[in-house]
Write a protein of this length. Structure first.
Length: 407
């Protein structure tokens, strides 16, 4: 499941076709398809009909909870299964995913450790635990696990472990090292699904951006690798929109045609309030491209969704104020943007689907707002707190910004 989604779906479809009376294959197909918003009623019906063992019955409960949108209960089912059958990497990975969205990093780590103990010969288990540790701030152990995973499959590679290693090295300011490594991994990504392919190229491009490589190389990566796979897939849209926003913040001209191309794929109102991180990026893109009515319509949807959601408390400290801040930023109302950003709990952005690296993008928008207002002491404090001194020292953009503020 880590990197080859389309192939995974094909294999699961084939398994159900060969043995439609198999509970486990139906649950796995349902687990997978529902992640992409597909209807899975046939799968859960067949799974329940043919569930015999205790594990199969818990797996049916798990799929039911997914269908009902009860992530906490789904996670509990995963924990129950992995505690008793830790060799099940599929369920461990699902639990890892649910724990990420719930901000339960400690559970993600515990599942990863159980899975690794039972699957010590699998590089996938090392990569799974490494990412959980990285998001928990345990970078030294996470790096060691990544390198172990990569050493176990040096020819084919492990795109997920490579991606996690990029997170670790970038956050530590080891940018030259990270960029060099990622450049040697790119051939491993050709067989990945569009998300893992574009996401790893996105990380590589961010490293090159921080090293101030040429604009032409960055735009070439965007055209050939970030926005050249599955433009209808929301995760690919997130990568493309976020990269254009980063270029915009760094004052790099990316061309109106690229933004227009992205906007033409992200303006489907049926996909509003589905992948929350993407809505925040949509708002920027709609405003930047002059689609103000669409931005206002999305903002209203976000407000309604945040108010009526069972996660209202969380969304009112992350999703909703950030959305308002992005709109104010796009309207050059920087004071109002800062006011709304101050209501954001950036430490909880993981729960709306953003990794630490992705959360930094919105912090950059806040930093830019403070820059425009001339609030340099607050700007410097944020840069130091969220970017970190090692990364500042090894990134020309940030080191120059700190230098200019300090003058």
């Amino acid at each position: 499941m880590q990197g080859c989604f389309k192939k995974t779906e094909e294999l699961l479809d084939e398994a159900v076709l060969i043995d439609s009376d198999n509970c486990v294959s139906n649950v796995m197909a349902g687990n997978f398809k529902i992640l992409f918003g597909k209807t899975v009623s046939d799968y859960i019906q067949r799974a329940k009909r043919f569930a015999v063992t205790e594990k199969e019955k818990i797996m049916c409960d798990l799929l039911n909870y997914q269908i009902e949108g009860k992530l906490a209960a789904a996670l509990e089912s995963c924990v129950s299964i992995v505690n008793r059958w830790p060799e099940d990497l599929w369920i461990a990975k699902l639990g890892n995913l649910f724990a990420f969205y719930l901000g339960k990093n400690e559970i993600s780590v515990r599942l990863g450790r159980l899975a690794l103990a039972a699957n010590s010969e699998s590089h996938l288990a090392y990569g799974m635990l490494a990412f959980a540790l990285e998001e928990s701030g345990e970078l030294e152990e996470a790096e060691e696990l990544c390198r172990t995973a990569l050493g176990m499959c040096s020819e084919k590679g492990d795109p997920w472990a490579e991606h996690t290693l990029a997170h670790i090295l970038h956050s530590q300011g080891r940018i030259q090292e990270a960029a060099k490594l990622m450049s040697t991994f790119t051939h491993h990504w050709t067989e990945c699904n569009s998300f893992m392919y574009t996401h790893n190229w996105w990380h590589y491009a961010l490293l090159l951006l921080d090293l101030e490589c040429g604009k032409d190389e960055l735009l070439s990566i965007f055209d050939d690798h970030i926005w050249n796979k599955d433009r209808t897939f929301i995760q690919d849209q997130i990568m493309a929109t976020s990269f254009l926003l980063i270029l915009d913040l760094r004052k790099i001209d990316y061309g109106q045609d690229r933004l227009d191309s992205v906007v033409s794929y992200i303006n489907n109102e049926n996909e509003f309030c589905v992948e929350l991180q993407s809505d925040l990026l949509r708002l920027w893109a709609f405003q930047k491209s002059g689609n103000i009515d669409l931005a206002n319509k999305l903002l209203q949807r976000i407000d309604d969704y945040s108010t009526n959601s069972t996660r209202s408390t969380l969304l009112k400290s992350t999703y909703m104020p950030c959305a308002k801040a992005v709109v104010e930023f796009g309207s050059s109302n920087y004071r109002e943007a800062v006011s709304n950003f101050e209501k954001c709990d950036f430490n909880r952005f993981q729960q709306i689907g953003a990794s630490k690296e992705q959360s930094l993008l919105f912090i950059e928008v806040l930093i830019e707002s403070l820059e425009r207002l001339g609030q340099h002491s607050e700007e410097k404090k944020l840069i130091t707190e969220y970017i970190g001194m090692k990364r500042i020292e090894n990134t020309p953009f940030w080191s120059e910004k700190i230098r200019s503020i300090s003058i």
